[in-house]
Ligand binder design. Structure first.
Ligand SMILES: *Cc1c(COP(=O)(O)O)cnc(C)c1O
Length: 374
């Protein structure tokens, strides 16, 4: 038996939609399928403005540009995240201040945030890890009192909610990923959500190479020209076509992924209650969205044993997020604070196989193997 870690899910309509772009000749960005995707996101989740990007990395770069941070400014974010979260702001010349995550939930810890804020702090980036919401009321309260720009890195968080509000709709901007490993895929792809009306016009300009071409294509101006900084953040309409077929099946993809999460939970809840492994309970303000299933082993040594044992049994489990504050690039840039929860999660996390076609019987086998090794 072989169980891979990930297996992209196809709805079946992707090649037809992509082929349609070839037949109609609508290949470049901001075409019919891009519009369909924007409309879908705006109507389903109430984002003020949705802009497809070529990746979540690109959406984060747009967020950094919109935040207007530069050299001398500080941006606070968790160390336990993907490198793109930090890179986007480091590219603007800002100083990254890494915060620890909570002990119970690997999201940035609001209790430890305020102590990190100085008058140089300009932005705050939160990551809804595994689609589980950060306590956004507390974040927005802190940000409001200190006049900070809030970015929600919602790469894992499609179709997940905070007190019934969609993630990605609460901060000034939000970013999503449609990378092949995420819930909804486009190969490479992403989304910027803009929730502050005053940022929308500039967001469209950054998106279209610093020009007002989006306004031009709506007939609002009679020529388009260079009006601001920008880059080519918009994806080709073929990427949007692929994504659109996934969006049409979002409901059933999510239903299946939530079922998988629930099934893992049934398999492992007792092992968790015995203290042999740990994973967070879902806070009352948050929802699961079936982005992944993970647990913490009791030590890094035990994690190694678990991963090896699973591999020997044909099950590919993985770990991730080497702490960014200890990374090679960041050497000499961190202020020396210990981030103990980041260290613990990074050295003990085990992520189990997670994809739509994963069968209940396979989850039962994985559950059995995990129980027997721990
Ligand atoms: C996947 C991921 C990204 C990057 O997404 P891409 O679409 O691959 O650029 C950024 N942040 C987090 C938290 C991620 O998991």
């Amino acid at each position: 038996m072989k169980i891979p870690f990930n297996k992209p899910y196809f709805t079946g309509k992707e090649p037809f939609y992509v082929a349609q772009c070839a037949f109609t000749g609508e290949l470049s960005g901001n075409g019919t399928y891009t519009q369909k995707c924007h409309d879908f996101f705006e109507s389903r989740y109430g984002f003020q403005k949705a802009l497809l990007t070529s990746s979540c990395t690109d959406a984060l770069e747009m967020a950094a540009l919109l935040s207007e941070v530069g050299p001398g400014d500080q941006v606070i974010m968790p160390s336990f995240t993907f490198v793109s979260t930090a890179n986007a702001f480091a590219l603007r010349g800002a100083d990254i201040v890494f915060a620890d995550i909570g002990e119970d939930i690997p999201n940035i810890d609001p209790d430890k945030l305020e102590a990190l804020i100085t008058e140089k702090t300009k932005a705050l980036v939160v990551v809804h890890y595994a689609g589980l919401a950060v306590d956004m009321d507390r974040i927005m309260d802190i940000a409001g009192r200190h006049n900070l720009f809030v970015v929600e890195d919602a790469a894992h968080a499609i179709d997940s909610y905070y007190k019934e509000r969609p993630l990605g709709s609460i901060g000034h901007v939000g970013t999503f990923s449609f990378h092949e490993t995420k819930n909804i895929i486009a190969g490479e792809g992403g989304l910027l959500t803009v929730n502050d009306e005053s940022l929308i016009e500039r967001a469209e300009i950054l998106w279209e190479k610093g020009t007002n071409r989006a306004a031009f294509s709506r007939g609002e101006v009679n020529k388009y020209e260079w009006v601001d900084l920008g880059s080519s953040y918009l994806p080709s309409d073929m990427t949007a076509a692929f994504l659109y077929s996934q969006l049409q099946h979002l409901g059933e993809i999510q239903e299946k992924r939530l079922h998988i999460w629930q099934k893992y939970h049934e398999e492992l809840a007792e092992t968790k209650n015995q203290g042999l492994i740990y994973y967070p309970d879902t806070p009352s303000y948050a929802t699961q969205n079936g982005s992944m299933f993970y647990f913490l082993a009791n030590s890094d040594k035990q994690r190694k044993k678990i991963l090896e044992y699973l591999k020997k049994n044909g099950i590919l489990a993985v770990f991730h997020y080497l702490p960014l504050h200890e990374s090679k690039y960041f050497e000499g840039k961190h202020d020396g604070r210990d981030l103990p929860n980041t260290r613990e999660y990074s050295s003990r996390i085990v992520r189990l196989p997670f994809y739509v076609e994963l069968a209940d019987t396979e989850i039962e086998v994985i559950g059995d193997r995990v129980r027997s090794i721990v």
